[in-house]
Ligand binder design. Structure first.
Ligand code: NCD
Length: 308
């Protein structure tokens, strides 16, 4: 295993299986499900600063990183409205990064362009965390997805996962697909409208494209019998034209078509993909999934600051 101190987190493929498992093990130390006593973590990274540079909207990723940083004693700076910064005056992305690099100990960046986090890491001297680079990847979301799966099933192998929605432009599905093939015997079924299949670079031998008319979703799911349904929003900001035709919904009828043990995940925000009437079902683990993001991000910050 490479040292975590000062590492960038840009691409899920930079993390082999044993490193991912190590991150998940450290995340348990921050999770009240596993750590009953109230641990005082606020001295872990006291005096360090996290800069949150959000060039794109976010609720969970931004706020859970902010909370994670503060829970381990860090201060936070940054912005989520680039128009309120010198970018409005025409400052370049690289110059903005160079400046924030001087004021912080770690940069957490979300940006609408693919590979922008890599560009930032090339400019910055301090570690950079990719919090979503356009339609490319969202590696920390994947780490919390893996944590959620491990907590639920006790394993990351021998699982059948149905990805539902637009796989072509959906960064969390890209990185999750790539990550699941680091473990053994997983099968992934990409259920998407035709033309919105997973890009080749995120697929491996046991990836099965299942392009369908989304009105037939329940039938397809009853054939596949997945352990996990991983649903996603139709990311209209990266698509052209009318996207309404791609919409779908998982509802109580869908639950009837599934084995009792199937769980439903979603990185959130959902729009209409999951009927709120599903929320009360034990299959619905998407809010727990979002909660897990906090523990995984506390672990990541602790690790890359070298405080473990
Ligand atoms: C996702 C994202 O931003 O990629 N949300 C998240 O970070 N939890 C999914 C989305 O935007 O639909």
């Amino acid at each position: 295993m490479k040292r975590f101190k000062n590492r960038d987190i840009i691409d899920i493929n930079d993390f082999p299986r044993e490193e991912l498992l190590y991150i998940l093990k450290i995340a348990k130390k921050f999770d009240p499900v596993f750590v009953k006593k109230d641990r005082s973590n606020y001295t872990i990274a006291q005096g360090k600063i996290a800069a949150l540079l959000f060039f794109e909207p976010s609720t969970r990723t931004e706020q859970s990183f902010r909370s994670a940083a503060q829970k381990i004693g860090m201060g936070t700076i940054g912005f989520n409205d680039p128009e309120a910064t010198s970018i409005h005056k025409g400052e370049s992305f690289s110059d903005t990064i160079r400046i924030m690099d001087a004021y912080a100990d770690v940069l957490i960046i979300r940006h609408p362009e693919a590979f922008s986090a890599k560009t930032a890491a090339d400019v910055a001297q301090i570690p950079v965390i990719n919090a979503g680079d356009g339609p490319n990847q969202h590696p920390t979301q994947t780490m919390l997805d893996l944590y959620t799966i491990l907590k639920q099933f006790g394993r990351l192998d021998n699982l059948k996962i149905a990805l539902v929605g637009n796989q072509k432009h959906y960064r969390t599905m890209h990185a999750l697909s790539a990550a699941m093939f680091k473990f053994s015997n997983n099968k992934i079924y990409g259920i998407s409208p035709k033309g919105l299949e997973m890009p080749a670079e995120f697929k491996h031998a046991n990836y099965f494209d299942e392009p369908i008319d989304m009105r037939k979703l329940n039938r397809k799911l009853s054939e596949i019998k997945p352990d996990i349904i991983y649903a996603g929003r139709i990311p209209k900001e990266y698509m052209k034209g009318d996207v309404k035709k791609y919409s779908y919904q998982i509802d109580k009828e869908t639950l009837k078509c599934l084995p009792k043990s199937t769980v439903i995940m979603h990185p959130l925000p959902r729009v209409n993909e999951i009927d709120p009437e599903v929320d009360a079902s034990p299959a619905a683990i998407y809010f727990t999934q979002a909660r897990n993001g906090l523990y995984v991000r506390e672990a990541l910050l602790t690790l890359i600051l070298g405080r473990i």
